[in-house]
Design a protein around this ligand. Structure first.
Ligand SMILES: *Cc1c(COP(=O)(O)O)cnc(C)c1O
Length: 238
């Protein structure tokens, strides 16, 4: 198991490097975020020992359990799942980056909680780039609105954008969505809604399409299955 994870990390890193070079980019500017949902603390520790520097958690319950276990020691942890309003307090100040800010109310609650803690919380805005009903995330227009709101807040720092495009059935199918995200990222940066900082994170690409995401400008890819194997084989549905 641990041997596998190490070999998988190496294979994914090699693919990241290949895609980056194909796009004329420096592989060093792309962060590999291990999507650790449904993994045990033991597997997370093994992944970090094998070189993973960023873990992404989907569920507050798992995040809290792994934090209590000190499973992320040596790495940073990001929150990448849908964040319910009543769980904000378990996430703000506990993770380096909340990637999944998908509404005005959530943004305000994060600001409030971060203010109470006396910290600045880094965030990404999640964009529903495929316009899918089943997915969270804001429209591109609302991403501008949220970025403008975030720019006025003292205790959140907008670091960039995140997207989960539709499941691709044909290889390369999602490049159009990744390209649109890249354009939105450039457009929002150009508006300088927050004159304190420039966005530097474009989080897109998962096991099936991270190479395409890198070709279109991703700076962070979130990979689970390609590192840890199919989740159903590890544990029951969660
Ligand atoms: C599970 C998950 C991933 C990783 O998905 P894989 O297809 O297993 O690589 C990436 N991002 C989010 C938000 C996820 O929930």
């Amino acid at each position: 198991m641990e041997q596998n994870v190490k070999a998988n990390i190496e294979a994914v890193r090699a693919e990241i490097e290949r895609a980056a070079r194909a796009a004329g980019r420096d592989p060093g500017e792309i962060t590999l975020c291990a999507a650790t949902k449904m993994q045990t603390s033991e597997t997370i520790r093994a992944a970090i020992a094998a070189g993973i520097t960023v873990c992404g958690e989907n569920r507050v319950q798992e995040l809290t359990a792994h934090l209590n276990d000190d499973a992320y020691a040596g790495a940073e942890v990001h929150f990448i799942g849908h964040l319910q309003r009543n769980k904000v307090k378990y996430v703000v100040g506990k993770v380096a980056l909340i990637q999944s800010v998908d509404g005005e109310e959530l943004l305000s609650l994060i600001e409030k909680r971060a203010a109470a803690l006396g910290i600045v919380q880094d965030i990404l805005i999640e964009v529903n780039i495929g316009g899918e009903e089943s997915k969270s995330g804001v429209t591109p227009e609302n991403a501008h609105r949220l970025a403008a709101l975030a720019g006025e807040m003292e205790h959140v720092r907008l670091r960039g954008l995140m997207a989960i495009p539709p499941v691709a059935t044909i290889s390369g199918e999602n490049r159009q969505f990744f390209a649109r995200m890249r354009q939105l990222y450039v457009d929002i940066n150009a508006k300088k809604y927050d004159n304190k900082n420039t966005m530097d994170v474009l989080s897109m690409g998962m096991s099936g399409d991270y190479a395409d995401a890198i070709l279109e400008g991703a700076t962070l890819v979130r990979v689970g299955t390609a590192l840890f194997g199919p989740r159903s084989a590890n544990r029951a549905h969660g």
